[in-house]
Design a binder for this molecule. Structure first.
Ligand code: 13P
Length: 254
């Protein structure tokens, strides 16, 4: 697929996989995608599996990401993990502001923007998640919600930092539900997010930022979603937990 931006396909394992299961999964993925150069591929295991998964992908084309991090560098923050600690495992990416964290941990846009700044300070590329709920979409609030989240979560980033940031559009109603956004819904939302980036940063930045789609991505809907002009990759949950389906998503995106 000839796209303006290099596609980035990331697997968000969420709270799944023991260390042994994670290593087995990534070894399976590695075998399947060893010749792939056309897309960036990332796996985001839970913290406990980062060390071993990192070793397993050392000499591969797969990169490592984490699912969250603290906005602080160190100190008395029990239970938190700092960006520098993720770097110890050669992580390159970190998912921030996933809707599950916005919902269950009450993460705010302001907090997410601090985390994004801390990630960049440690040379980690943040994958910043935004997306509306079903009630918000049905109430005609989609654009307002996206504007608030994009403006708030990316506040304070410099233009060069923004270019190295990935935005993931994940409509909450499509996550884990089997309901994928239609091609039109996805393209409209992505184009709207890119128009916000033009206003908040500039045309060049907006043209360079990769916007992933997330929400019930599977091998059978990958090709259509990835062919959309403003869709630059996928953030995959459930279908990233099995080597064959994640590899098929990658192959179908090429
Ligand atoms: P599913 O692919 O399971 O719908 O999850 C999407 C997601 O939340 C990825 O971050």
């Amino acid at each position: 697929m000839d796209k303006e931006r290099k596609l980035i396909i990331a697997g968000n394992w969420k709270m799944n996989k023991t260390v042994a299961e994670g290593v087995a999964l990534v070894n399976g993925i590695k075998r399947e995608v060893k010749d792939v150069k056309e897309v960036d591929m990332v796996v985001c295991p839970p913290f406990t599996a980062l060390s071993e998964v990192s070793k397993a992908i050392l000499d591969s084309n797969i990169r490592l990401g984490a699912q969250n991090m603290s906005e602080h560098n160190s100190g008395a923050y029990t239970g938190e993990i700092a960006a520098g600690m993720l770097k110890e495992f050669s992580a390159r990416y970190v998912i921030l502001g996933h809707s599950e964290r916005r919902q269950f941990q009450k993460e705010s846009d302001e907090l997410i923007s601090k985390k994004a700044a801390a990630a960049h300070a440690a040379s980690l590329k943040p994958i910043v998640c935004v997306g509306e709920t079903l009630a918000e979409r049905e109430g005609g609030q989609m654009e307002t919600v996206l504007l608030t989240q994009v403006r708030g979560s990316l506040a304070g980033l410099t233009k060069p930092q923004m270019e190295e940031t990935i935005v993931a559009y994940e409509p909450v109603w499509a996550i884990g539900t089997g309901k994928t956004a239609s091609a039109q819904q996805a393209q409209d939302a992505h184009a709207f997010i890119r128009s916000l980036l033009v206003k908040l940063f500039d045309e060049t930045v907006a043209r360079r930022v990769r916007i992933q789609y997330g929400g019930s991505v599977k091998p059978s809907n990958t090709r259509e979603l990835m062919s959309l002009p403003d869709v630059d990759g996928a953030l995959v949950g459930g279908a990233s937990l099995e080597d064959r389906s994640f590899a098929d998503i990658i192959k179908n995106s090429i």
